[in-house]
Write a protein that binds this ligand. Structure first.
Ligand SMILES: NC(=O)c1ccc[n+]([C@@H]2O[C@H](COP(=O)([O-])OP(=O)(O)OC[C@H]3O[C@@H](n4cnc5c(N)ncnc54)[C@H](OP(=O)(O)O)[C@@H]3O)[C@@H](O)[C@H]2O)c1
Length: 340
């Protein structure tokens, strides 16, 4: 593509609850020029991820919020158009934190050349990228599944959850996947090979989960929180491990803690008497494990023990709607925007 202008989606306003199209604005600008040590890239694929909801809010978190009028943040796969860093040349395909835009000038130091082997370059944003790594590091370091144990994960057709279930199986555990709606439940069984697939929207979901875990739960990889967590907690075994990765059911919630009885004493009693390990993590905590992850995940893709699904939406202008849908569960598999 030889566009002479760059397109970008900026944060127009902060959402109250569920984001709307009005929270985003599409702008155009001249294509920027790189200075010494910088590289001009054209974005090919933009990753859309649940964490971006947090960046739209100015509530205190582990990362700084996007400011009003700033380009929305995001990981991308991009092509080098012009380089003033000797480590990169025109045509290189790189991983860049370029955000929701068609072109960006980025520091060469912040770029990484992509090697996805025989897989498409977009997988550097999914199974071979941040979400796959999150599953690998969180499950193996904190969850530590053992042969014969039961591992439960929700948002299980997503890039994190689907990798969690499949890695659990590789380690000899029994994988119970939870997703929303019949199409996703079928995908859990037939695409990703979960031993059991459950729909969290079923009215008797908690009972179904109990039936599906006759020996209790040894590892619960927490992606969603809310009603799924409520159903899981009573089923956790002694010495169960809970890597707390995300709480997507609450990302659009407004206000503070939900009303109702204070359940903290009961939770702490369970933590003590069942000797639970509940540990939150951000994937960058484990960045030392990235080379090991890249090696192992590539081998699993090659031998077929890990499968992935990409949900590719065409056009940068469609990113807001696709992102809003992600938080509602409309995506099936890793959501990426094909930008150019
Ligand atoms: N800690 C870290 O470093 C880190 C890194 C990456 C991702 N994460 C977290 O990992 C989780 C999964 O990320 P992902 O990229 O793989 O997302 P994803 O699964 O592609 O998308 C989010 C999914 O959440 C599910 N969901 C939404 N509301 C729900 C609810 N009320 N109850 C149950 N499920 C609900 C939906 O699936 P269904 O239709 O199946 O319900 C939706 O498709 C997120 O919480 C994310 O924030 C954390």
């Amino acid at each position: 593509m030889t566009d002479q202008t760059s397109r970008k989606i900026v944060l127009a306003s902060r959402p109250q609850g569920r984001p709307t199209a009005e929270n985003f604005r599409l702008e155009t600008a001249p294509i920027p020029k790189p200075a010494e040590g910088e590289v001009l890239v054209q974005v090919k694929f933009l990753s859309l991820d649940p964490y971006m909801r947090g960046r739209m809010s100015d509530a205190k978190s582990y990362a700084e919020p996007v400011q009003i009028g700033q380009v929305m943040e995001g990981g991308t796969v991009a092509e080098v158009l012009e380089s003033r860093d000797s480590n990169f040349k025109q045509g290189d395909i790189v991983l860049a934190y370029a955000g929701w835009q068609s072109h960006a000038v980025v520091k060469g130091k912040a770029l990484r050349k992509i090697d996805t082997g025989s897989e498409p370059v977009s997988t550097a944003l999914g199974v071979l990228g941040m979400p796959g790594f999150t599953a690998f590091a969180g499950l193996l370091t904190i969850g530590q599944p053992k042969p014969g144990e039961t591992v439960v994960v929700a948002a299980a057709t997503g890039p994190v959850g689907s990798a969690v279930g499949q890695i659990a199986k590789i380690k000899g555990a029994r994988a119970v996947g939870i997703a929303g709606g019949p199409k996703k439940v079928a995908g859990l069984r037939y695409t990703f090979g979960f031993d059991v697939a459950l729909d969290h929207k079923a009215p008797d979901f908690a009972e179904q989960l109990k039936q599906a875990c006759p020996d209790g739960i040894d590892v619960y990889f927490e992606n969603v929180g809310g009603a799924v967590w409520e159903a899981v907690l009573p089923l956790l075994n002694n010495f169960a491990r809970v890597p707390v990765c995300g709480l997507v059911s609450g990302y659009n919630a407004q206000g503070g803690v939900a009303e109702g009885p204070d359940r903290m004493p009961g939770l702490m009693r369970d933590v003590l008497t069942k000797r639970l390990t509940i540990r939150g993590f951000i994937q960058t905590d484990f960045k030392d494990q990235m080379p090991q992850f890249a090696k192992e995940m590539k081998a699993w893709l090659e031998d077929g023990s890990v499968k992935y699904v990409e949900d590719v939406v065409d056009g940068l202008e469609n990113a807001p709607e696709a992102f809003i849908g992600l938080l509602d569960g409309k995506n099936f598999g890793k959501l990426v925007i094909k930008v150019s």
